[in-house]
Design a binder for this molecule. Structure first.
Ligand code: FMN
Length: 215
């Protein structure tokens, strides 16, 4: 792990504005990897449930716990995705962890269905009501976070819009909770995470500890 990389190693250099679309996207997502996946449940003002995965996703603050995900335009139509429209209408979402058991269902929900399609039905996912927000929760997901939208931030120069949400409630499957530490057993949970391109994913491998050096 401490092996030194020779400064003589040949390097390639790329300028995104000189690359054909979608090459910069593929390069970026193979570099910033593995990326966690938020499986995001929303609901329209009219009450149509929606579910879709987002891997431009991370935690951005610990107290209060705040997460973000970033939504681009649809691939074939120049319009906002249903998730974002629902977020604007209702201001709430439930973000789930995807484990291997949920992977195929997750892919079903990534299809750009018509707005009136309920992806929970398409993916044959059982739901339970959330407690503090209106969007539904996936019953089988190992972790779910009920969130209230706090900010909607357009990404300059992109069709992406960053959605930030405060976690109002965590749902953690009991066997995954390490009560002595107040942590989830992430290795046991085995979230699937995304690599570059369109089809590459990975799961958690080796766990090791690093201590903060004394200073
Ligand atoms: C693993 C995975 C991660 C994805 N991440 C994103 C993302 O971060 N941002 C995005 O706009 N679309 C992402 N997508 C595509 C959306 O899930 C897809 O466009 C979906 O149909 C949107 O649904 P909606 O229109 O119901 O919101 C991802 C797809 C997959 C399979």
């Amino acid at each position: 792990m401490t092996e030194k990389v020779s400064v003589q190693s040949p390097m390639l250099s790329f300028v995104p504005s000189e690359m054909p679309d979608p090459a910069p996207y593929h390069l970026l997502t193979s570099v910033v990897a593995p990326r966690p996946i938020a499986w995001v449940s929303t609901i329209s003002a009219a009450g149509v449930p929606n579910l879709a995965p987002y891997s431009f996703y991370n935690a951005v603050a610990g107290f209060p716990p705040t997460i973000m995900f970033s939504v681009a335009y649809r691939r074939r139509e120049p319009r906002e995705k249903d998730t974002l429209r629902n977020i604007r209408e209702v201001g709430e979402f439930v973000s789930h962890i995807v484990d291997a058991a949920g992977a195929n269902a997750m892919m079903q929900t990534a299809i750009e269905w018509e707005s009136n399609v309920n992806e929970f039905d398409k993916a044959e996912l059982e739901t339970v009501p959330a407690i503090d927000v209106r969007p539904l929760r996936i019953a089988a997901a190992p972790v779910a976070m009920e969130c209230k939208v706090t900010q909607i931030v357009p990404v300059e120069g992109a069709t992406n819009v960053m959605v930030l949400g405060r976690v109002l409630r965590f749902h953690i499957r009991e066997d995954l909770y390490r009560s002595d530490l107040g942590l989830v057993d992430t290795v046991r949970m085995q979230p699937i995470t995304r690599l570059g391109g369109s089809v590459e994913y990975t799961r958690i491998g080796e766990l090791f500890h690093l201590e903060m050096p004394a200073h």
